[in-house]
Ligand binder design. Structure first.
Ligand code: KIV
Ligand code: ZN
Length: 500
């Protein structure tokens, strides 16, 4: 059985796409989820692009112990030095160099020539290799590059010390057959290829990123690059959960396996939704809300007789527990601790105590507390901003012929603040009151609300996106009352922006 290396780029290719930016604390949280998932490599960022990116790569490198950590660089010394400076404190650093190789990129983006690209590739890899034993080279837009030229470039970087050669389909242009042919061609023609790891990095512009990644594996690639929930530039990258579950479900077919702990997938996917405020479409394979739902009577009947009639994946394999035992207000600390462990959390005593306090508050409002509620409760702690505003009390008045008014009381440190405002509906009125307290011109650019579970007393999760000048943040709030969830989400966003 071959091992397929999972290289996760949620924090680099994913994070650089619109609406997916994360602050340092959020990146560290995602890195911890990826480590728990047991991906092999975490690409933590592109260190040279900003001081924040540099700080994130450095912090992730210091925190992660069980995966390699990579930082992207262009094929220039300044970028490589910067990546190395951010990575060097880590347990297993990887320098990742990207250089375009397709005619269109060489001519219009680099304004250069093939000869120059060839020497830049070899020189940058040699330079990186002198700093770090693990060097990955990516031929950007390999999918549209001239094959003979690609072979020359890969041979040059292998000779210069690259340990991984990556074949990116940067614009999502290839078909699975073309990807298979390309990888097969490279294996048959590139001197030294047997000594390095061959990777595929597929974008989803034509909806073929997963199929192309799997074709690459069939043709002998031993690393696949992907992101949680498939976030990424334009139509995204190959979704980690789909690639990993395809390999696991059809292990005999691929003759391959990954080391990913698939039972962490659901939790990681949900946590990412909360952090970036983007929920996958319900029919999204593996992690969409309908991925395991059976609506039609014929299907339901079949599944009740034997699950395998209509299910090729088992929900528990991705961490949706089969045991639907719910907790309630009479459940004790012990029951919650056990449930948390079954859901894949290993929390400290202090974190369990904190989760228990939140659980009791929720159980007072809601008869039955489900696994989804528990997952939401635990993640609530991680998105709070310490030292920020807290909601103490709110009153909203609204009606068909009444202007909506809201009175909001917030606290911060030991001080309390109260304001009343009108608005275009109760939520707008409440947000105006928070703005008045926080003294900032916050612009609401997105708002959504969903119920975490079913039923009348379901926990609601509000997600807002806020902007103030150039700063933006995603805020999240949970409550069984949707107005309260919405206000908490707004305060969370304001706290994040004011903490920047
Ligand atoms: O899509 C791409 O080509 C990339 C490279 C940096 C690998 O993201
Ligand atoms: Zn990419």
């Amino acid at each position: 059985m071959r091992n397929v290396i999972i290289f996760d780029t949620t924090l680099r290719d994913g994070e650089q796409s619109p609406g997916c930016s994360m602050n340092l604390q959020e990146k560290l949280e995602v890195a911890a989820l990826l480590e728990a998932l047991r991906v092999d490599v975490i690409e933590a960022g592109f260190a040279v692009t900003s001081p924040d990116d540099f700080a994130a790569v450095k912090a992730v490198s210091a925190a992660v112990k069980d995966c390699a950590v990579a930082s992207l660089s262009r094929a220039v010394k300044g970028d490589i030095d910067c990546s190395w400076e951010a990575l060097r404190g880590g347990v297993a650093p990887r320098l990742h160099i990207v250089l375009p190789t397709s005619p269109i990129h060489i001519e219009h983006k680099l304004k250069s020539t093939r000869e120059e690209v060839l020497s830049m590739a070899a020189e940058s890899v040699a330079y990186a290799k002198a700093l770090c034993p693990d060097v990955q080279f990516s031929a950007e837009d390999a999918g549209r590059s001239d094959r003979d030229f690609l072979v020359k470039v890969y041979e040059a970087v292998i000779a210069a010390g690259a340990t991984v050669i990556n074949v990116p389909d940067t614009v999502g242009y290839l078909t699975p057959g073309e990807m298979r042919e390309l990888i097969t061609f490279l294996f048959s023609r590139t001197r030294g290829i047997e000594n390095v790891c061959v990777a595929a990095h597929c974008h989803n512009d034509l909806g073929m990123a997963v199929a192309n990644s799997l074709s690459a594996v069939e043709a002998g690639a031993s690393q696949v690059e992907c992101t949680l929930n498939g976030i990424g530039e334009r139509a995204g990258n190959a979704p980690l959960e789909e690639v990993v579950m395809a390999i696991k479900t059809k292990q005999t077919h691929f003759g391959a396996a990954t080391r990913v702990d698939t039972r962490q997938i659901y939790r990681a996917s949900r946590a990412l939704c909360g952090i970036i405020g983007i929920t996958p479409t319900p029919t999204k394979p593996v992690v969409g809300a309908n991925a395991f739902a059976h609506e039609s009577g014929i299907h339901q009947h079949g599944v009740l007789q034997n699950r395998e009639t209509y299910e090729i994946l088992r929900p528990e394999d991705i961490g949706i527990p089969a045991n639907k035992m719910v907790l309630g207000k009479h459940s004790g600390r012990h029951a919650l601790t056990e449930r948390l462990a079954e859901l894949g959390y290993s929390l400290s005593e202090e974190e369990i105590e904190e989760a228990y306090e939140r659980f009791k508050l929720l159980a007072d409002r809601k008869k039955l507390v489900s696994d989804d509620d528990i997952i939401a409760l635990v993640s609530e702690k991680s998105f709070e901003v310490s030292g920020g505003y807290k909601l103490e009390r709110f009153i909203v008045l609204n009606g068909s012929n009444l202007p909506a008014t809201a009175t909001i009381k917030l606290s911060r440190d030991d001080a309390e603040y109260e304001e009343a405002c009108t608005g275009d509906g109760p939520i707008n009125a409440a947000y105006n009151a928070v703005n008045r307290i926080a003294g900032g011109e916050f612009l609401l650019t997105d708002y959504s609300i969903r119920s975490v579970t079913e039923g009348e007393d379901a926990l609601g999760e509000a997600i807002v996106k806020l902007r103030r000048g150039h700063e933006s943040a995603t805020g999240r709030g949970l409550s069984t009352d949707i107005i309260e969830a919405s206000i908490k989400a707004y305060i969370n966003g304001v706290n994040k922006i004011t903490a920047i």
